[in-house]
Design a protein around this ligand. Structure first.
Ligand SMILES: Cc1cc2nc3c(=O)[nH]c(=O)nc-3n(C[C@H](O)[C@H](O)[C@H](O)COP(=O)(O)OP(=O)(O)OC[C@H]3O[C@@H](n4cnc5c(N)ncnc54)[C@H](O)[C@@H]3O)c2cc1C
Length: 452
């Protein structure tokens, strides 16, 4: 089999860049229209030991789709919603469906898919499943992991497997579904996804906008919400520099204050409880309807505004800490900012302790040094270097540090054993994530030689 045998599959040679500016220099980009074409491309790559990188929309923030000399499988043409089941409450889709299109389709049937990475207007279901993405409503509904019921996958040797059933309860064997969720394209190519749905919420929802005196006060408000057993739909924070950047680059017309903006979306029966907490932290207002929706969709574009400020390197941090440790994490971030004389442009799913300090700079070494120091804060506080964006190439070294400190030395060996089992020729998105973290600590820098 040679490349000519794949000629009737849509393809082109094209250099690409992902959202964070990582380069993608493939030998060929294929646009399969169905699973059978994916299977043929993968079998060809397997026989010829050519690396493969699956591509959703390239909104990865960690270099997870970067490559040189690989075959890119762009899944954007596999974009059909195959079934919406309004009795068993699931939707079955191809991986290239845009998340925003999925929302619209299920809502038309009175159903709801809650996970909403802020990239929902551009990212694909396959990409978000492979990243195990979180999002703004994650504080109430959790990340993708909690919503994936079953998958079809083309394995690295071209075999096709179906994992699971569209059932919430299913105890048949090891949970391979959730091994694939968050695997960042390193174990196989997802060609079909069954996602759990719930009824579209009917209760009236308000958006409380609070202008706390500082990010520290925002963190305190979140802790008080938790103590009061209040679970918002979402609770998001933008620091003062992000708000300024959104006004400048998106004409957002948001109020500028020194302490930034806290947004808490809440059902009407707990509105007064939220108000009684935020009014102690600074000014506030309550929105509903179109204005609340405008703020929600602006919030989703915050990273786009911040990226526009960038004239060098753009590293989107994604640390998560236990909510109880938020004040300490914020304090240490403030200290780091002062030490390096830098702005962090903090965007945060603050309600679940997930902070995105965005690091911009012209000097790569300095940006990377600061990036590692931020990651270290999360490890020290019993958190994680990535809450939702994943690891890719950017966070592999710090993931290794985290796993060794928090879980012990055997865990990465186990993970590497899984990678070898699925992908013995190491062709599926190689050199990233678990493999990169593993090899960061071995002198035998070869996939095949290095034994756990
Ligand atoms: C403005 C902006 C806001 C964001 N906000 C959030 C947020 O709030 N929460 C969050 O979690 N993330 C967020 N992200 C990160 C990113 O958008 C998500 O991780 C997203 O879900 C990735 O989707 P994608 O389709 O762009 O995938 P890509 O970036 O194309 O791919 C991501 C990974 O999945 C793999 N992959 C893609 N498709 C498949 C497939 N079919 N089978 C196997 N592997 C596959 C790729 O190889 C890669 O490893 C944001 C990004 C941007 C640009």
């Amino acid at each position: 089999m040679d490349l000519k045998d794949l000629e009737n599959i849509e393809h082109k040679i094209e250099e690409r860049e992902d959202f964070s500016g990582f380069k993608v220099s493939p030998i060929e980009v294929f646009f399969p229209k169905d699973e059978e074409e994916v299977e043929r491309i993968v079998k060809f790559a397997y026989e010829n030991s050519i690396p493969i990188v699956p591509w959703g929309s390239g909104s990865s923030l960690t270099g997870a789709v970067s490559c040189e000399g690989c075959i890119v499988i762009d899944l954007s043409k596999m974009n059909k919603i195959l079934e919406i089941n309004d009795v068993d409450w699931y939707v079955r889709v191809q991986p290239g469906v845009k998340l925003i299109d999925l929302y619209e389709a299920v809502e038309a049937k009175g159903l709801f898919f809650p996970p909403d990475p802020a990239s929902f207007f551009l990212c694909t279901v396959g990409g978000a499943t492979s990243e195990g993405s979180g999002g703004m409503r994650g504080v109430k509904y959790g990340p993708f992991r909690e919503w994936v019921l079953a998958l079809k996958v083309v394995m690295p040797n071209g075999n096709i497997v179906k994992l699971g059933e569209p059932l919430r309860k299913n105890r048949a064997g090891y949970d391979l579904i959730h091994l694939l969720v968050g695997s960042e394209g390193t174990l196989g190519i997802i060609t079909e996804i069954w996602l759990r749905l719930i009824p579209l919420p009917k209760k009236k929802i308000f958006l409380v906008i609070s202008y706390p005196e500082s990010i520290k006060k925002a963190g305190e408000a979140i802790i008080e919400l938790r103590k009061a057993k209040i679970l918002p739909e979402f609770s998001e924070y933008l620091d003062a520099d992000v708000v300024k950047s959104m006004n400048k680059n998106l004409n957002a017309q948001l109020k500028e204050t020194d302490g930034g903006m806290l947004m808490i979306s809440i059902e009407d029966d707990q509105l007064q409880d939220v108000i009684s907490i935020v009014k102690e932290k600074g000014e506030y207002k309550v929105l509903e309807g179109e204005e609340a929706e405008r703020i929600y969709s602006l919030r989703a574009q915050a990273a786009i505004a911040v990226k526009t400020e960038n004239s060098g390197y753009f590293y989107a941090e994604d640390i998560v800490v236990p909510v109880s440790k938020l004040p300490e994490a914020i304090e240490r971030l403030n200290e780091l900012g002062k030490k390096y004389g830098t702005k962090f442009y903090i965007i945060s799913h603050i309600g679940d302790g997930n902070l995105h300090p965005n690091i911009l700079g012209k000097n790569k070494d300095e940006v990377e040094k600061l990036f590692k120091e931020v990651a270290k804060i999360s490890i020290d506080l019993g958190g994680s270097v990535s809450g939702e964006h994943g690891i890719g190439v950017q966070k592999a070294e710090m993931m290794r540090v985290q796993l060794f400190k928090s879980n012990g030395p055997l865990v990465l060996d186990l993970m590497m054993g899984i990678k070898r089992l699925f992908d013995p020729k190491d062709i599926m998105n190689p050199g990233k994530y678990v493999e990169r973290a593993y090899l960061a600590g071995t002198t035998a820098a070869s996939f095949k030689d290095s034994s756990p």
